[in-house]
Structure formats: structure tokens, C-alpha cells
Write a protein that binds this ligand. Structure first.
Ligand SMILES: NC(=O)c1ccc[n+]([C@@H]2O[C@H](COP(=O)([O-])OP(=O)(O)OC[C@H]3O[C@@H](n4cnc5c(N)ncnc54)[C@H](O)[C@@H]3O)[C@@H](O)[C@H]2O)c1
Length: 279
């Protein structure tokens, strides 16, 4: 998309972190932005702050794991602005790192419901509208570097699936001669509130597996505070939309880790971990 200026973007998980950073970056070039999130007070506060800064924004609460919520989000966005050109399927959660077999079925249902099915609902709902509109359109799915590396437990499983699904949609769009384009965002550590994902854990998935011994929210907060700023990621996403670039890898320090995994696959070696950058 050569000129995202004045276009309409819908961003899920826009009340905090990377989604909020995308909203700021998009609004700064004059895009109209539909902010959506499951956390309503934070959503309305973020929308008010962006509006105070002169942005044209519209706030719509939605739980991306629920298909009817995503359908209602699309209806509201189209009613407000008449078109949707950019969709960022960004909402996501982390259930904590523990041995996968100690994770509960509620952990699995919650994380796959938000991180994977949220993306599925976004694409099923918005892509037919974008194709029908016949205008330039772009979808960005937020995965993670965890989806490209080994050892990410439930989170890594959910993000690997988002990468695989995004690649599939990219090939389907190109192969079918459709106009919309798609990208997958794979960041390393970003300074957000993801360490505190359980603030949004629904009561229906209340049974959580144990956090590993020694885990503390304070330590997690400090670790994530060292990450890149969400606004930096938002700017990178905007640039990738302009370039119609599929893979958005924001942390080059993980390149050796990706290569290590691919080499092990090609050489038939069993998976091993390299130390993480900064550890
Ligand atoms: N922070 C990182 O280091 C990092 C790295 C790689 C990928 N990511 C991914 O970035 C995305 C954004 O996360 P973040 O780090 O900005 O965390 P964050 O917690 O700051 O923001 C996530 C937002 O998603 C919202 N959300 C949670 N469940 C939702 C649901 N069911 N429906 C709608 N909204 C929901 C939250 O309310 C929150 O506003 C996620 O997909 C995450 O997996 C984060």
C-alpha cells in the first residue's frame, strides 16, 4: 500500500502495548483508526488520549476469541468510516511459561482462542469485505519471534500457528489474484503489559496451571521494560505495509537463533536451545 495516509485501520488489542504503538504511528500519518480491545476502561482511555492529540479514532470493545464480537467490530467500523483498508489482528495473551503438560485445558482454550482464533475471526470477517471493496488493503497478524523458535510452550505453539496461517493466506491471495496483502509481525521483547495478561483472563477459563517456582510479576515487568518501545514496532509495521513486506522481524539479534533451528531441521539434528539475547 503506497499511501496509507487517510486510510482506515482497525487494530485489535489497541488499548495497550504494541496495538497502542501501531495506533499512534498510524494516527501520526493521518490514518483514521478503529481501536478495539476487550479491556473497556483502558480502551476508552487510549482513544481519548489519541483524540486529544488530534487523531480521528473510533473505539469498539470486542473479545477477538468470539466471532460475533469481531463481526460487530466490522459492522461498527464500516458504519463509522464506510471502508476498512488495514486490519491488525494484534490482540494476544501469554499464559506463563511452565511445562506444557502442567498447563490446564483452560490455559490451552484461552491462549488458542485469543492468539489463534482471534486471527482466524479477523480474517474470516474482514478479508471478504476488503476483497469486495476492491481497494488497496493490508492485514497484519501479530505473531512473535517465539513462533519461529523452539521451546515457546503453549505461546510458541499459538504463534507458530499464526505464522503458518499468515503464510497460507499470503499464498492464497497471490495465487488467486486478489488485491489485499498480508504481513506477519514477529517481534522479540517489547516493553508492554503482556507479563500481566491474566488481567483479561475470562472466568470461564479460570483454572490456570502453576507458574514455575521463582516466577514473579515484578521480575517479568522489569524484563519486558528492557524491550523495544511499542511505538518503534508501530513505525516498523507502517513501513512494512508501505513496502508490502510479508515478514516483519523487528529484532535482528534473533537471526542466529532462527538459523540454528533451520540448520538443525535440515541436518536432522534434535532441537537444542541457544541462550536468548540479553540472558
Ligand atoms: N511484548 C512482547 O514482548 C511481545 C513479543 C512478541 C509478540 N507479542 C504479541 O504482541 C501482541 C500485543 O501484546 P502486547 O505485548 O502489546 O501486550 P499488552 O498486554 O500490552 O497488549 C495486549 C492487548 O490485547 C488485549 N486483549 C487481550 N485479550 C483480548 C481479547 N480476547 N480480545 C481483544 N483484546 C484482547 C489486552 O487487553 C491488551 O490491551 C500479542 O499478540 C503478543 O502475543 C508481544
Amino acid at each position: 500500500m503506497k499511501d496509507p495516509e487517510n486510510k482506515v485501520a482497525v487494530i485489535t488489542g489497541a488499548a495497550s502495548g504494541i496495538g497502542r504503538g501501531m495506533a499512534e504511528a498510524f494516527a501520526a500519518v493521518g490514518m483514521r483508526v478503529v481501536l478495539s480491545d476487550v479491556e473497556e476502561p483502558a480502551l476508552y482511555a487510549a482513544a481519548a488520549e489519541l483524540r486529544d492529540g488530534g487523531a480521528d479514532v473510533h473505539a469498539v470493545p470486542a473479545d477477538v476469541s468470539q466471532a460475533p464480537d469481531v463481526a460487530a467490530l466490522a459492522e461498527s467500523a464500516l458504519r463509522k468510516y464506510g471502508t476498512v483498508n488495514v486490519l491488525c489482528n494484534n490482540a494476544g495473551i501469554h499464559t506463563g511459561s511452565r511445562p506444557s503438560w502442567e498447563s490446564t485445558l483452560d490455559d490451552w482454550a484461552w491462549i488458542l482462542g485469543v492468539n489463534l482464533m482471534g486471527v482466524v475471526h479477523g480474517i474470516r470477517t474482514f478479508l471478504p469485505v476488503m476483497i469486495e471493496q476492491g481497494e488497496d488493503a493490508h492485514i497484519v497478524n501479530t505473531a512473535s519471534i517465539a513462533g519461529l523458535l523452539t521451546g515457546g510452550s503453549l505461546y510458541g505453539v499459538s504463534k507458530s500457528a499464526v505464522i503458518a496461517y499468515s503464510e497460507t493466506v499470503h499464498l492464497e491471495l497471490i495465487g488467486g489474484g486478489f488485491k489485499p496483502r498480508i504481513s506477519v509481525l514477529c517481534p522479540g521483547v517489547v516493553s508492554t503489559n503482556i507479563f500481566n495478561s491474566h488481567r483479561n483472563r475470562p472466568a470461564r477459563f479460570a483454572e490456570a496451571g502453576p507458574f514455575p517456582t521463582g516466577w514473579s510479576e515484578d521480575a517479568a515487568r522489569q524484563g519486558f521494560a528492557l524491550g523495544l518501545s511499542p511505538r518503534t514496532i508501530g513505525e516498523e509495521v507502517l513501513q512494512a505495509i508501505r513496502e508490502e513486506r510479508f515478514y516483519i522481524l523487528t529484532h535482528p539479534e534473533y537471526a542466529g537463533h532462527i538459523e540454528h533451528r533451520m540448520t538443525q531441521i535440515l541436518h536432522g539434528e534434535n532441537p537444542t536451545l541457544l541462550p536468548m539475547p540479553g540472558s
